[in-house]
Design a protein around this ligand. Structure first.
Ligand code: ADP
Ligand code: MG
Length: 245
């Protein structure tokens, strides 16, 4: 990690799906840089290209044209195996539907990306417990996902995303499946992570969620039409994590 190199550097990225009459220009020349410690909300109507951009930022897909560097690494030059390693090391994913593995404890779920990354058992446990503690779930490490509330499951997913100490936390509608109280819990955790210097990019439809970010990017028809900084709202003081348990 080099403080001067942006975490994300996207240059004139396009993404085209299909061909002939079925051609869809999902991204039409998107450029953006994200510096370390920024907290960015990406907004846009359905079909505007948010998921396509997320997949590219998350190294799950590659652009049709244009360049993308993450932490200085040119993603376009990597093969599938190298991309998988890059994803594991650099990116922590949080999804709307949590995507935890059923019948596996919270602890085991959080240890999983560390296991893929080749981290040894003792160190794995130590880091996973620290990540669960960070999201207020130190008391729930042995519970399976189906024994946890939606808000708790999403906090496990955030712990899982953080365990590898990624350069980027990438969250796709992380509060989309949560009730109001759990939404505030999760946003409070993201606020705290941002305060502690983490780099966060999240997709959201909701103004209330985007209000927590330091910067809002708006996509229309595969192009950025707005990219503005804002004073992040002071989220509610982080309530004790178990209040909504
Ligand atoms: P959003 O997440 O903002 O709803 P998407 O990135 O999913 O937008 O989609 C952008 C455009 O690309 C839409 O017109 C969508 O129909 C199209 N699209 C997305 N994925 C594919 C695909 N795999 N094949 C063909 N078209 C796609
Ligand atoms: Mg989408």
């Amino acid at each position: 990690m080099n403080a001067e190199i942006p975490v994300l550097d996207v240059r004139q990225v396009t993404k085209v799906y299909g061909q002939g009459d079925a051609t869809v220009h999902a991204l039409r020349g998107v450029s953006l840089t994200v510096e370390r410690g920024d907290y960015v909300a990406i907004m846009g109507a359905s079909g505007s290209g948010k998921s396509t951009l997320m997949n590219i930022l998350g190294c799950l897909d590659i652009p049709s044209t244009g360049r993308y560097h993450i932490d200085g690494t040119d993603v376009g030059r990597l093969d599938e195996r190298q991309l998988a390693i890059l994803r594991n090391q650099k990116i922590g994913f949080v999804f709307q539907a949590f995507n935890l593995i059923p019948r596996m404890s919270a602890l085991a779920n959080v240890e999983l990306p560390l296991a893929y990354g080749g981290v040894k058992a003792g160190e794995r446990r130590r880091r996973a417990l620290a990540a669960l503690d960070l999201v207020g779930l130190a008391e729930r490490t042995r519970h399976d996902p189906n024994e946890l509330s939606g808000g708790q499951q999403q906090r496990v997913a955030i712990a899982r995303a953080l365990a590898t100490a990624p350069s980027l936390l990438l969250a796709d509608e992380p509060t989309g499946n949560l009730d109001t109280a759990s939404t505030l819990d999760v946003l409070g955790i993201l606020d705290r992570l941002s305060l502690s210097g983490r780099t966060i990019v999240l997709i959201t439809h909701e103004d209330d969620v985007a209000a927590h970010a330091k910067r809002v990017i708006r996509l229309v028809d595969g192009q950025i039409i707005e990219d503005r900084r804002q004073a992040a709202v002071d989220g509610p003081p982080p309530r004790h994590a178990e209040v909504t348990a």
